[in-house]
Design a protein around this ligand. Structure first.
Ligand code: ZN
Length: 284
């Protein structure tokens, strides 16, 4: 089995705000999320959310399916003509569970599903985004740990900005509604890491389109994006693939010596997967 490792540096081009839920520690209305040392934190889940929505947006261009908010129900039909199981009604979910139980017990009635394993059959009921990033039916095949703050880039000072309440309907400022929020100043850097297993060419095309979009600096992380906050660039993104059936690779993996992996520039690594999907599409 091949394990894939991804790394790079997240370089913030503007200040950012990832809010702390319900904190009363700071004398500010909207504090940023910090760790016990008061260093600003980016949860891996925030990053995963951004990467997933970015991949969902690119799915159609790549000829792949996603059930996310960017797609109308009609556009997200799978190869079998059905919708992704994540969007099923409770009745449809019950039917799918029954079918999966039958497959598990060797009582499959569908010719295509006889003798197949449950996971293979389940995959056919999920869109490409759910197969890669996870769904209520199975875990994600790619993990994003919390990015680590590069301490030399951190000025050890959070800043504060004022905001005014905006009426959602008129878009105008509401008199007397003022609040302040904390920001992490521009220039701070984090190390980016991710690892995935059992990724096929569709997974790599989806993931590649998201990581390359991060690398070109057009994405933002965190809140208050409309105020220009959270712009970042993924610098020097690289990919390594490790064959766990190869003794030497397996030993490198176990010893955790990631710097000894064969790292390849993300652009070069992902190009054949992304261009391959586009070529498949133009062939019809
Ligand atoms: Zn889905």
């Amino acid at each position: 089995m091949i394990r894939y490792f991804f790394k790079g540096t997240i370089q913030f081009l503007t200040a950012f705000h990832i809010g702390a839920p319900g904190s009363i520690k700071e004398r500010v209305d909207n504090p940023v999320l910090t760790d016990v040392y008061d260093n600003p934190v980016i949860p891996g889940s925030s990053l995963k959310g951004l990467i997933r929505s970015c991949a969902e947006r690119s799915a159609k261009t790549l000829g792949l399916k996603a059930c996310g908010i960017f797609y109308k129900a009609e556009d997200s039909r799978l190869e079998n003509g059905k919708h992704c199981a994540t969007t099923f009604t409770s009745e449809e979910k019950a039917q799918l569970n029954k079918r999966l139980q039958d497959i598990e017990a060797g009582r499959a009635t569908d010719e295509d599903e006889k003798g197949q394993d449950t996971l293979t059959c389940l995959k056919k009921s999920l869109c490409h985004a759910c197969r890669l990033f996870g769904s209520p039916y199975h875990a994600s095949r790619i993990k994003f740990p919390d990015p680590a703050l590069i301490i030399e880039s951190w000025v050890n000072r959070l800043e504060r900005r004022d905001g005014v309440g905006i009426d959602r309907d008129s878009g105008l400022a509401v008199d007397g509604v003022k609040y302040d929020f904390q920001i992490v100043p521009a220039g701070v850097q984090y190390t980016f890491e991710a690892d995935g297993e059992d990724l096929d060419k569709n997974d790599l095309a989806l993931l590649g389109s998201a990581l390359l979009e991060m690398a070109n600096g057009s994405l933002s992380l965190g809140g208050k994006k409309s105020r220009g906050l959270g712009r970042f660039r993924l610098e020097n993104p690289e990919v390594a693939s490790i064959d766990l059936n190869n003794d030497q690779d397996f030993w490198l993996f176990l010893s955790g010596e990631r710097e000894k992996f064969q790292w390849v520039q993300a652009r070069d690594f992902f190009e054949p997967y992304i261009m391959g999907k586009l070529a498949d599409l133009s062939k019809g």
